[in-house]
Design a protein around this ligand. Sequence first.
Ligand SMILES: [Zn+2]
Length: 116
Amino acid sequence: MLELDYFKELLIERKKQIEKNILETNSELEELKSVEINDDGDYASLCTNNLIDNAINEQQVNELKEIEEALKKIENGTYGTCEMCGEPIRKLRLKVKPYAKYCIVCREIVEKEPVR
Ligand SMILES: [Zn+2]
């Protein structure tokens, strides 16, 4: 039996952290946009920073979605079950990645599949 409350808490904590990160990144981006750019060098580095920030943001948004899904699974009682084979996901794995969808075996299969 999984300690659902424990994992729910983990997920909610992580969710809060990500939401905070996204908000901070967005406000930083807003600040950058409002800065007057006079110099080509500054502009180049600003662009690079923007790209990095956007990439981080996208990754966090994706993680947030996975967390939302995991929280729904806790509600409907399917949390901790591999979406591929239906076997329970090891608790140790869930502690590292509480929103994991697959068990270790299936995860490897999924990762070996070519990216669409
Ligand atoms: Zn599996």
